[in-house]
Design a protein around this ligand. Structure first.
Ligand code: IMP
Ligand code: MG
Length: 179
């Protein structure tokens, strides 16, 4: 696996634009859920950054859960199969549930998680929020109820998004320069 140097990355979404967008999504969520309690389900590892910044914008009483799935393997392409690593959740019956993801690509992960929660719990509402949406790559009929940025088909890193586990710590989102 080739290591990519940070100088081979091109910034696509600045740290400032990410934070501004999160304020907007937060306002949308505050409007949508009002003062009703919310159960936030963060999908590790990619959505960790987004989730912690997003919940700081939310005004309703909320609880956070963390689940972990693996779908990308290591490389640039979605594996197509979603491997549940840790789906341990509190009881979601009767709750407003918001799944928070870094990115929707093929839609396999989103579909898997929505089905998993629908099949195992009886939430009052179930919504999906993703910071980035690669709509052009969709293979499964699923959509985010709330999303930040729609992007072209590029492999992105930064702000939680990784290449072989690296670059999650970048405050911006970039893509790898073609060589
Ligand atoms: P999907 O199941 O194909 O929709 O892919 C979803 C998961 O693949 C996301 O949660 C990410 O972890 C990962 N992923 C998709 N696109 C990218 C990317 O451009 N960079 C890094 N990870 C990605
Ligand atoms: Mg992910």
């Amino acid at each position: 696996m080739k290591m990519i140097s940070e100088k081979d990355l091109i910034e696509l979404i600045s740290a400032n634009d990410i934070q501004k967008k999160i304020e907007e999504i937060g306002a949308e969520l505050n409007l949508f859920f009002g003062e009703e309690e919310l159960q936030v389900v963060c999908v590790l590892r990619g959505a960790a950054m987004f989730t912690v910044d997003l919940v700081k914008q939310l005004k309703m009483p909320l609880r956070m859960e963390f689940i972990k799935v693996s779908s990308y393997g290591s490389g640039f392409a979605s594996s197509g199969t979603v491997t549940p690593v840790d789906l341990d959740l509190a009881d979601l019956d009767g709750k407003n549930v918001l799944i928070v993801e870094d990115i929707i690509d093929t839609g396999n992960t989103a579909k898997f998680l929505l089905d998993y929660i629908k099949n195992n719990y009886n939430p009052k509402t179930l919504k999906f929020c993703a910071l980035v949406d690669k709509k052009c790559k969709r293979k499964v009929d699923v959509d985010a109820d709330f999303y930040g940025f729609e992007v072209e088909d590029k492999f992105l890193v930064g702000y939680g998004l990784d290449y072989n586990g690296y670059y999650r710590n970048l405050p911006y989102i970039g893509y790898v320069k073609e060589v």
